[in-house]
Design a protein. Sequence first.
Length: 169
Amino acid sequence: MATSPAITAKTLESMMTLCGASRESSSLGAWRIYAKGWVDGSPLAPESIVDESSPLSSDDRAKREMLARARFGMKIRKTNSLAVSEEEEADDIVTPALERVEWQIVHAYPDDSSFSPSLTMRLEGTNVFHGIYEGIVDGWIDGERIPGWLTGEEGCSEGKIRDGRIVEM
């Protein structure tokens, strides 16, 4: 018997994103750009050339924001454009908007493999994953080392983590 993943969501939009039969339910986090079609366009559409060799800004906050947007599958902000395209989709809020996530983390002690302390981590708020996104942008969360289950990539809000990997949902 197949069981559905444990999800804590209060909006129908979040439930449909996580459990629905759309492209987005299977591609969250950094994979979201493929589900939205932002990477693979039409073969008949004109190509937009982006110079990735020189970043738009050299300050640390802008670099952290670019990293956070990539980790959460959001489009990179265009700061040097004069006109705003009407076709651009608003992409400033991390989805799915979950109000609670809870993970039980079990990690073996480095010197003694028989000792594995357990820690339960519960995050609550209006949009937990957006709060983590803001933490990366502000610099108090390391965006390069954050695991995928803290970016919403796994598509569930509860589970057991053993040595950095999800073992139960």
